[in-house]
Design a protein around this ligand. Sequence first.
Ligand code: ATP
Ligand code: ZN
Length: 286
Amino acid sequence: MDNILRIAIQKSGRLSEDSLKLIKECGIRFDNGAGKLKTSATNFPAEILFLRDDDIPGYVEDGVAHLGIVGENVSVESDRDVNTVHKLGFSKCRLSIGVLREHDYAGVQDLEGKSIATSYPKLLGKYLAENNVTAQIHEISGSVEIAPSIGLADAVCDIVSSGSTLLSNGLKEVETIFKSEAVMIASKHLTAGQQDLLDQLLFRIKSVQVAKNNKYILLNCPMSAVDEITKYLPGMKAPTVMPLATEGWCSIHSVINENDFWENIEKIRQAGAEGILVIPIEKMIL
Ligand code: ATP
Ligand code: ZN
């Protein structure tokens, strides 16, 4: 079918909830009845396929799915011929090497001749080669962290987010070999119609992402403070300044970036702002 986008997402796991949320925030409605493997959107020419994350890059390469949402770690490890079209900013984690806590680790050369258990043989192999280290890669598909304590390997190379799983298995993180987040991948064989739908979807995703990084701000201040305050509130073009019923006072409406939010709020307060309201923005069209 030429004019429909089939989007593969993880059926159940760490990517599922945020993937569904993103699709919904893009205004795409569908019925995701529990246990379904496929569903059709009701207001966008799209179908959602619910799959194991490891299968997604292969389905996208084959064109069975046109788009997929997966961890970059899985996509790169799969080595499939797909396009990475956008970083999605969630499921951030890293692929790291861990060794037993009592191991005196001085650097990557300490891994020479050792055995390392991992589900990521390609990414690990590349890292070792780049560092001129020869180690034995022991590929296992799950519960990698227990390998050193049961004598299966000297070290592990696994996904870490807080590091608590490594710690609870008596390991310490010694090298980060890859930083990952969820990405959208696309088939290299989209029709013009599908490319057009993908462009529409990416436009919506970017609007949602920009909105998340910004807040709508309203405040009252004396007219004399407007110039100082607007330095910290450039807004999308310029802030809106409206007179209040009280002589000499006004209300400023603008957009403030999440990154330097607290720093700028403090400066705005010091400049004389009162009654500051900060409101989430749902979508932002630039
Ligand atoms: P499946 O059953 O679909 O094969 P899985 O068990 O392989 O699932 P999950 O544990 O659900 O996979 O992880 C999916 C992806 O989420 C990982 O490939 C990684 O990109 C990311 N991820 C893994 N662990 C974390 C974490 N602790 N925090 C954030 N993201 C993570
Ligand atoms: Zn998986």
